[in-house]
Ligand binder design. Sequence first.
Ligand code: GLA
Length: 426
Amino acid sequence: MYYSLLFVLYFMCIVIQNSDGLDNGLALTPPMGWMSWERYRCTIDCEFNRNDEANDECISEKLFKKTADLMVSEGYLEAGYEYVIIDDCWLAMDRDEDGKLQPDPDRFPSGIKALADYIHSKGLKFGIYEDYGTNTCAGYPGIIDNLELDAQTFAEWDVDYIKIDGCYANISDYPKGYPEFGKYLNETGRPIVYSCSWPAYEDESDYEAISKTCNLWRNYGDIQDSWSSATSIINWYGDNQDKFAQYAGPGHWNDPDMLIVGNFGLTYGQSRAQMALWSLLAAPLLLSTDLANVRPEYKEILLNEDLIAINKDPLGIQGLRIIQKDGIEVWTRPITPIIDEYESYAIVILNQNEDPAPTKVSIRVRKIGLKAKKYTLKDLYDPEKSPKEPTDHINVSVDPSGGVVALKATPVKRKLGLPQINEIDN
Ligand code: GLA
């Protein structure tokens, strides 16, 4: 008996070790952090702002150290934003004499391991970017001929998160290549969140395979600093949700790209909309903004505890667009607590109209698939506007041009002996 148990354990170890699948136990809730690309792009001219003491607008260790400091001092880490992630343009154009990747020596003079150490010393986690092809999207060396060595290098540098882009590669190689690199990551023994851009470059994707390989995956184009860009992503997610929403869950998430809140392109209302929808979509919450200069009311949006809790809800279900009519959209996501077998719901009502005045919307909760007889509603941005009594209707006024109302609906506990649903009330 004892020996057969040992044999089973031994066999399980072999299976786990040889597994190509995702067995890292990470990203049980969507990753939260900060990523350089949307705000800082590939700015490599560090001389430009010479007379600015800080001179930290370029992709350099200075920028990431400053950001790490601000993540802590401004309360972002405490709210859950834990990864500091370098996107493209950190590399030197050539590998070192041992064939290893190396950072640009002028912009990262202390090396990547030292930067990782600094970020870890602040209680944060460290992420980095590479590309499956011959080159990164900005033209720096890619990993295609060095998958195993590069996975080992990232582990030696104490990387906790890696984004692997898909430029300069044959798209037809992805189904073999992304799992292969994932296998090498697993073999390092270091837990590294694996973000893939695999479906972002494909017309049709095998999400079954992708969700078994990657902790998260970009599936659409890059976000830019504008509401039109954010809405193109929101619309695409709504239009195509049936293809991929069901693949989201603990350990594996769809990634609609970074949050642009705090930058130049969104109004206050649109910023609330992006944060609410990304939370409802169980999307990674990756800030890409200058944390030293986020206006307080925008910072408040990013630190909204209720929305972050919805984003991290343990059911891990991605929300869906369930109504789209006359410029008004209703998005819902089942969340905890579950009361009398009825889930609670996050509800985001988005107004895409450009009318001068807010639109009045009245929705019967049963009509949007919420089955309990009554709910208490909490307005997540303006709690003082929450209805006082339990209700079966949602009556809200939603600002135009990307305004939202974000609600949490919690079922009212059934009194013993009374049925929860009035069956004749269809
Ligand atoms: C692609 C990605 C972006 C960013 C850039 C870097 O466009 O989608 O998120 O990583 O490459 O070059």
